[in-house]
Design a protein around this ligand. Sequence first.
Ligand code: FES
Length: 106
Amino acid sequence: MTKITLIEYSGTDHTIDAEPGVSLMQAAIDNGIPGIDADCGGSCACGTCHVFVAEEWLAATGERSDMEEAMLSIRPDRSEQSRLSCQIEVTDALDGLVVRLPEFQM
Ligand code: FES
């Protein structure tokens, strides 16, 4: 299992045990984390699974695809730390990952 901490906009944090091989979005949903809507079910087509990856974890979470970039570009709060959590696969290498949730999904 991979320990991942998700921090709500309010500052409330949740540390979950995620199964390697699933997406970060799915792990968050499975653990009842509020603040991720995932309207498209993980197809990189809605942008409602936006998270901010802690800077020190950006390299480990991989590159954004062109499709992910396009989805993120419509978000006014997009930053260099922005990722779509459905596009991050949980692996053992992400043990200790920290992500922040945005104020709202859109
Ligand atoms: Fe829709 Fe991630 S769940 S883009």
